[in-house]
Ligand binder design. Structure first.
Ligand code: CP
Ligand code: NVA
Length: 303
């Protein structure tokens, strides 16, 4: 791998607007059964998971198989990284074996360090700060519902200003769609990411979830306590009590609005069963699109 040419995907703005469109177009073609045949024949992806996963692990692993390549699952329980081997040494060693590395971990800085030290492309499979691969799938799902003109869309984020909220902000910044977030005080998104996205002029941070949902095309939310915040769960349940996506909130959105959730979900907490299992929910298309969007991303970064 030519080091100078290597591209990483740690955050949505790592791709230009045109490149994002290119990846989303390829994802749609792959979903239709079109696109290159086994373009990653003989290539290998290392997948480092320092947190749990169902969708990310399976979609990357199956995606690599579809593309003719292979994925290697690495977890803290069974690697020297889990026993404290440095990111530097891990990056150098893995770069001698594999053609790309996907990592899910806690500190975003760790992924940045891995990307700096690795000689192969690094993909962020979720950090405490960002979850960009999920947003690719979410954008694909929005395009499926409303067509390719993402700029015309209005998205409402309800709840925690977490890794998903930050990634929606990055996408709004890059693609120029409207984004209204309703977060309780003390649970705002990352201030730098928020400020940069506000520069795009179509991003607002509110406190009132009903106001955020008004006229939206897409209503989306996430768990109140993310991975690593388990001991905050009770305090968070109190803070987020008014931030549940329910029928009356969905009624504030456009009649054709869709509901998205990256999953896993807690029915009865951040969203009612009526909404997440109702006719406006696109959660399983969204989960499926992880596969197509990431296959497109892998082709983009590895060929
Ligand atoms: N949405 C998502 O990333 O799911 P997993 O935690 O199951 O990978
Ligand atoms: N915000 C959640 C997303 C899980 C896919 C978490 O970080 O746990």
């Amino acid at each position: 791998m030519n080091h100078a040419a290597k591209r990483d995907f740690l955050a949505i703005p790592d791709l230009s607007r045109d490149e994002l469109r290119q990846v989303l177009d390829l994802a749609a073609r792959l979903k239709r059964g079109e696109g290159p045949v086994r373009p990653l024949e003989g290539r290998t992806l290392a997948m480092i998971f320092r947190k749990s996963s169902t969708r990310t692990r399976v979609s990357f692993e199956v995606g690599m198989a579809h593309l003719g390549g292979h994925a290697v699952f690495l977890s803290d329980a069974h690697t020297q990284m889990g026993r404290g081997e440095s990111v530097h040494d891990t990056a150098k060693v893995l770069s001698r074996y594999v053609d790309a590395i996907m990592i899910r971990t806690f500190a975003h800085a760790e992924v940045e360090e891995l990307a700096r030290e690795a000689d192969v492309p690094v993909i962020n499979g979720l950090t405490d700060l960002l979850h960009p691969c999920q947003i690719l799938a979410d954008l694909q799902t929005v395009v499926e519902a409303f067509g390719p003109d993402l700029e015309a869309r209005a998205v409402a984020w309800i709840g925690d200003g977490n890794n998903m909220a930050n990634s929606w902000l990055n996408a709004a910044h890059r693609l120029g769609f409207g984004l209204r977030l309703a977060c309780p005080e003390g649970y705002d998104p990352d201030p730098e990411i928020l400020e940069r996205a506000r520069g795009s002029g179509r991003v607002e941070l509110l406190r009132d979830p009903l106001e955020a949902a008004e006229g939206a095309d897409v209503v989306t939310t996430d768990v109140w306590a993310s991975m690593g915040q388990e001991e905050e769960a009770e305090a968070r349940a109190r803070a987020f009590a008014g931030y549940r996506v329910d029928g009356p909130l969905m009624d504030r959105a456009r009649p054709e609005a869709i509901f998205l959730h990256c999953l896993p979900a807690h029915r009865g907490e951040e969203v009612t069963a009526e909404v997440i299992d109702g006719p406006r929910s696109r959660i399983f298309d969204e989960a499926e699109n992880r596969l197509h969007a990431q296959k497109a991303l892998l082709i983009f970064l590895m060929t």
